[in-house]
Design a protein around this ligand. Sequence first.
Ligand SMILES: C[S@@+](CC[C@H](N)C(=O)[O-])C[C@H]1O[C@@H](n2cnc3c(N)ncnc32)[C@H](O)[C@@H]1O
Length: 198
Amino acid sequence: MLDYDAEAARYDATRGGRERAAAAAAAVHGLLPERLTRVLDIAGGTGSVASELAALGREVAVGDLSLGMLRVAQRRLPGSQVRLDAKRLPVADSSLDAVTSVWLLHLLPARVVEGVLDEAARVLRPGGRYVTTVDKAAGDARDSRDGLVNDRRADVTAGLEARGLTEVGSAEFVGGITREGRPAPRYTLVAFEKPATR
Ligand SMILES: C[S@@+](CC[C@H](N)C(=O)[O-])C[C@H]1O[C@@H](n2cnc3c(N)ncnc32)[C@H](O)[C@@H]1O
C-alpha cells in the first residue's frame, strides 16, 4: 500500500480535489436516510469527503490509520479525528448510525476486508447503514497496482449478507484521477442496512 503519511500533502490535489469529494459526499448522502445523522468515515483520509458530507448536515467523524492524512483532516473538521484501524474499530457494539468507506476496500488483503466487514456489522445500530465503494479498479486502475481486488461488489455484498446486513441501494459518482483522452472515471458506492430489531 502507498505510504499515506508521505502522500498526505499532495493527496487532495492529485485525487480530484473538492469536485471529486463533493460528488462522492453527495452520493453517500443520497444513500443515507435523514434519520442517520452520526457517521464514522473509517478511512476518511484528509477529510475531504467527510467535510462535504458535514456540509450536507451529517455529523461526521474521520477515522484513519495515517496520522499524516488525519493532520490534514484536522484542518477541515477540527476535533473530529480518530486514529483507528478499520478492522478493529474503537467503538461500542450497535452504536453508530452509519459507517462509510470511500476508496478503502480495494487497498486491503482479503483477510483485512473480512475484518472491516465484521466491524461495520458490529458497530452499526439496528437500522444503521454501511456505505462503501466497490469495484474501484473498474473506475480507475491506478490504485489497483498492488494487484488486490478484494472490493468486488458481489463479494462485498455476500460478505455483508452473511453478517446479517442487506443491500439497500447504490449510487455512482464521477471524478478523481482523469487521464488524457479518457472520460472522467466513475465509481460505485453500495449501501447496506442492519435490520432493525423488533
Ligand atoms: C485512497 S485513500 C481514501 C481516503 C478518503 N476516503 C478519500 O476518499 O479521499 C485510502 C485511505 O485509507 C487509509 N487506510 C488504509 N488502511 C486502513 C485501515 N486498515 N484502517 C483505516 N484506514 C486505513 C489510508 O491511510 C488512506 O487515508
